[in-house]
Design a protein around this ligand. Sequence first.
Ligand SMILES: [Zn+2]
Length: 302
Amino acid sequence: MDESPPIYDTHVHIMSDDLVREWQAMGIPFSKAAAYYADIDTILNYLGANKVDLIGMGYVYGNPEFYQGSDAYQRLRQENDYLHAAAKQYPKRVRPFFAIDPLKDYAMKELRRCVDFDTKKGLKMHFSASGVYLTVPEHLAKVRPIFRYAAEQQLPILLHFDNWHPKFGPRDMNILVDSILQDIPAVELRIAHFGTSGGFNDKTRRFLDESVRLFEAQKIPERHQIWFDISAVALDKDSEGVTKLSTADFENLKTYIQKLGVDKVVFGTDYPLYRAREYYNILKEKVGLSEAEMNTILENSN
Ligand SMILES: [Zn+2]
């Protein structure tokens, strides 16, 4: 009965067994067996997507709240190696997004190392986990060459932009556009979770309003491909302290998707948060996107 098109899920997490164990030891709850987080076969089977971008999480080792050891770089490498090994098993279905912490001295070294891997690939950065504030000139100076290098290497970037600063939002987007995107070659940039950290709230709306304004004012160089990743936005359950959407929020989200334009939205589940079909159905039934809109979003993701 299910005639919907194949699903390319652009936001699927994997972590090594070591990382799962360390998080468990820190008291972070895992509702399923380790294989659901660490084993590529289990992930693909359970997720139920045809193709995936597999997102590394090695940047957590650069965050002293999570890891205090002196071998953070070594651990990041191991995590990226683990991701590469998993992706290599399914070269046609899986594209790995290697993680770096852009503020670390070894960031560029690790990025260059990952670029040499013999798989398709992308880059993941997490500005909250890595404490990156583009408003800080030293941070901007470190992030800029990474964007440039990714553009030169034609590496798509998945950016968790929200750094949890109370004023995060429009000004950060403006710095990204004016001080990074303005003078680098064409890059494919996906902004995770519609710009914030999951859910759909005033902060997300402010971010999207400003993004729409920048597009309309033609401030974003047209050579770039900018996507908004809808993963973890349309929450129908509370997740990691993020509140689920009310009926009114779901309706409002639909308005925002249309304002932004479905042609700028890509599909992602933020697995293990959701399985592919589960999240597809939420977007269709709870957000109320039409078949045609869903098809566009899935085609964008491909
Ligand atoms: Zn994620």
